[in-house]
Write a protein that binds this ligand. Structure first.
Ligand code: NAD
Ligand code: GLY
Length: 353
């Protein structure tokens, strides 16, 4: 089984293998030994119907006490009222500090269940079992947990690392393409910011053929930035390439444009602007846009740049009078570019000449 050790303040491993879910019990025992905590699965209704019963069966057969809570799937559930329902469930099931939450699902489940774990009884263990491409390559690793608020996405949260990540690409066989694509945008981003060879694999259309290699490489890149900057003050910000404008597109579309599509538009816009400013070599944005287009990810928008700037300036990455954008020094090498907020529009207008 492929194993990636994440050496954060609280270290843990990611286990990656086709059908790893069926190995959940021995993988759990590698971490917890003979301990017999109660295992509370938190998931969404779609994933519950597909995978929760099987996981509970495995756990029960091995003699573990388990329980399961499912909320309605989708980003709209990623809010404090759902966390409150999870707390109610944890209380009803008498989940104590020595018990463990299993987040079974995509990034919404991982973020929300992780936040519940970070805050229930001031913090209990949790395990990530990601079932979307995005959650396998990105959100299940690194310990960012949280929920959205009415004022913006991911504004309330905690850094709380899991104790184990079990990644089973077989679960992707049931994932609708629409959601797969959101993760593909993040894989393109990972290649663009840190690994030209990874980018080339995706660009050559070999993503599914080399799925485990791609997942492993993306996780390893995330490991590198998270180990260097667990709390997101420096290089971890590279992971936000395309995200400031991507979030603006998502928000302006009232979340009708998905995260992955927003990110692909954001990467293309910021790249074109940075090319125009002489930061990024000419032609880089066109290569990224062509790669995105191959996976039916859009790279243009009718939303006026001025509107995108208004949203971008409300982003949590703004620091006082400055905003830091992630740009490419070359394909495979990111850099941070800080500019005064009042210069953002003219910087981006470079993308339209
Ligand atoms: P998601 O969790 O909403 O999952 C997408 C859809 O796929 C859902 O309807 C879900 O029910 C369904 N689904 C999940 N697994 C399935 C499977 N195997 N088969 C069939 N259907 C399945 O979305 P996502 O793209 O996984 O995650 C997006 C979220 O992740 C956002 O909230 C974003 O903010 C967050 N995120 C967090 C981090 C982080 O570091 N914490 C990083 C990136 C994104
Ligand atoms: N997905 C961004 C981060 O983990 O920092």
């Amino acid at each position: 089984m492929r194993t990636i050790a994440i050496k954060t303040g609280k270290p843990y491993t990611v286990k990656l293998e086709q059908d790893a879910l069926s190995q959940f019990v021995p993988l759990f025992q590698e971490v917890y030994g003979q301990r017999r905590p109660k295992l509370a699965i938190v998931t969404d209704d779609t994933v519950q119907a597909l995978y929760a019963e099987r996981l509970q069966q495995l756990l029960r057969q091995a003699g573990y006490e388990t329980c399961c809570f499912a909320f309605a799937h989708g980003e709209a559930s990623k809010q404090l009222s759902t966390v409150n329902e999870v707390y109610r469930f944890l209380f009803a099931e008498s989940i104590t500090r020595s018990d463990v939450i299993i987040a079974l699902g995509g990034g919404v489940v991982g973020d929300l269940a992780g936040f519940a774990a970070a805050t229930w009884l001031r913090g209990i263990d949790f395990i990530q079992v990601p079932t979307t491409f995005l959650s396998m390559i990105d959100s299940s690793v690194g310990g960012k947990t949280g929920v959205d608020t009415s004022f913006g996405k991911n504004l309330v949260g905690a850094f709380w690392q899991p104790t184990l990540v079990v990644c089973d690409p077989l679960t992707l066989e049931t994932l609708p393409d629409e959601y797969y694509r959101d993760g593909i945008a993040e894989a393109i981003k990972d290649g663009a910011i840190m690994d030209a060879e990874l980018f080339a694999i995706v660009e050559r259309g070999q993503l599914k053929e080399r799925l485990l290699d791609v997942i492993e490489r993306c996780i390893d890149l995330k490991r590198e930035v998270v180990e260097a900057d667990e709390r997101d003050h420096g290089v971890r910000q590279w992971l936000n390439f395309g995200h400031t404008l991507g979030h603006a597109v998502e928000k302006e579309s009232n979340f009708c444009i998905s995260h992955g599509k927003g990110v692909s538009i954001g990467m293309a816009l910021v790249c074109a602007a940075a090319e125009n400013a002489g930061i990024t070599p000419a032609g880089t944005g066109a290569r990224i846009a062509a790669c995105c287009a191959q996976y039916q990810l859009p790279t243009t928008t009718d939303i006026p740049l001025k509107t995108l700037c208004t949203h971008a300036l409300g982003d949590k990455k703004r620091k006082g009078a400055n905003l830091t954008l992630v740009v490419l020094e070359q394909l495979g090498k990111a850099a941070l570019h800080t500019l005064p907020t009042d210069a953002l529009l003219s910087f981006l207008e470079g993308s339209h000449v």
